[in-house]
Design a protein around this ligand. Structure first.
Ligand SMILES: Cc1cc2nc3c(=O)[nH]c(=O)nc-3n(C[C@H](O)[C@H](O)[C@H](O)COP(=O)(O)O)c2cc1C
Length: 364
């Protein structure tokens, strides 16, 4: 028997979650100019709340104008975003799911041609998104402004009625760029060993915590390993211990392949999630996402010590994945999917076209 259908209560905030499934954040390019949420974006997430997911995470949404990573990404950098955000949060909650907004800044991956500004990062890094091929190193003043932008974004989420936020520290965006030893070569208090490289994230968490009510969920998503920017497993474990001490409500491990073993430790090949669950006491609830489709995958992830199972692509193709996964013998179809299948799953043509860039997902 799997615990996937069991309810969960967040200890600090008291939120009740009806099962252990999470729709992971998914950018889909459906939003309007200026980052206002479109009806299509609200529709596809509402469907997944209605069809049974326990937690619905929004796509990454940029906290500052200069943090936008893609065209059609929804924004959270101004109060004029709040009405759209309220519609989304209300729809998710009315359908029985917990609503979490993923807040982020793309850093040196925010294209200058989109923002009009030279991309900013922890250090001056080689960067294709910049007209002069380099990012700008954030000054002390920039860092204070960025922390403030994250805090204001979180406050907007609260005002809009979201149950909480996921701070996007994964996948190589601004927070990861501060965490990575290759992208953060600073010699001041924001750089150096992992303790200092994590200071940017920690100050964001503290600033948010000081300003939102106590029952607002604050979770963090990290990538355990991104070798090309200098994030390794040992540092990620140290970071997670620091995050535990800060009192976060969940830690979301973005594994891409939840069944791969860490390349850092060939002589002790544990699953990525196991590295965290077996070496850290007092962990917050763990969400593990990456490559999960069927009940065997789900059971394996719980056996690794996760508390929640996250899916992205399975949730695009199967809005009712979270309800069906508890049924015996459920075997969700895997990619590729036809356009008509995806339309029936409430994806707009823009989203379907975007999914064509994910190799093998959409049938020709
Ligand atoms: C279309 C698409 C968009 C994504 N956008 C985001 C995003 O905005 N933020 C994020 O943290 N991860 C994003 N991801 C990564 C997913 O959340 C997830 O970690 C990854 O797809 C692996 O899970 P899966 O194997 O269940 O698809 C995206 C994935 C997909 C397929």
């Amino acid at each position: 028997m799997s615990i996937v259908g069991e309810a969960f209560i967040f200890e600090r905030t008291g939120h009740y979650v009806r099962n252990r499934t999470v729709l992971a954040a998914m950018t889909n390019k459906q939003s309007l100019q200026n980052g206002i949420l479109s009806d299509d974006e609200i529709k596809w997430l509402t469907r997944r709340a209605r069809d049974g997911f326990g937690i619905i995470t929004t796509a990454a949404t940029h906290v500052s104008r200069d943090g936008q990573g893609w065209e059609g990404e929804f924004g959270i950098f101004d109060d004029f975003h709040i009405p759209g955000l309220s519609d989304l949060a209300n729809n998710i909650k009315q359908n029985g799911a917990i609503s979490i907004a993923q807040i982020f800044h793309a850093g040196m991956r925010a294209p200058q041609k989109l923002t009009g500004l030279q991309p900013i990062s922890a250090s001056k890094n080689r960067c294709d998104e910049s007209y002069n091929k380099y990012s700008r190193e954030a000054s002390e003043k920039d860092i204070i402004r960025l922390i403030n932008d994250f805090k204001n974004a979180a406050l907007r989420c609260f005002e809009a009625g979201f149950d909480g936020i996921e701070i996007h520290g994964a996948h190589g965006y601004l927070i990861s760029q501060f965490l990575g030893s290759e992208t953060n070569r600073r010699s001041d208090k924001w750089g150096g060993k992992i303790k200092n490289r994590s200071k940017f994230l920690i100050e964001i968490i503290r600033s948010i915590k000081l300003n939102v009510p106590k029952d607002f969920i604050i979770g963090i998503r990290i990538s355990p390993e991104i070798h090309k920017i200098g994030i390794d497993l040992h540092d990620s474990i140290t970071l997670s211990k620091i995050l535990c001490d800060e009192g976060i409500d969940f830690l979301h491990l973005s594994c891409w392949d939840s069944f791969s073993r860490s390349k850092c430790e060939p002589e002790d090949p544990r699953f990525l999630t196991e590295w965290f669950t077996s070496t850290i006491d007092n962990l917050p609830p763990i969400i593990c996402t990456g490559g999960i489709w069927d009940i065997h995958d789900v059971q394996s992830v719980f056996a690794q010590g996760a508390d929640f199972v996250g899916v992205a692509r399975a949730g695009i193709a199967h809005p009712d994945w979270a309800s069906k996964i508890t049924e015996e013998g459920y075997k969700p179809q895997k990619p590729p999917f036809s356009t008509s299948h995806l339309r029936k799953a409430d994806l707009s043509q823009i989203f379907i076209d975007y999914m064509k860039s994910w190799k093998g997902f959409v049938k020709d």
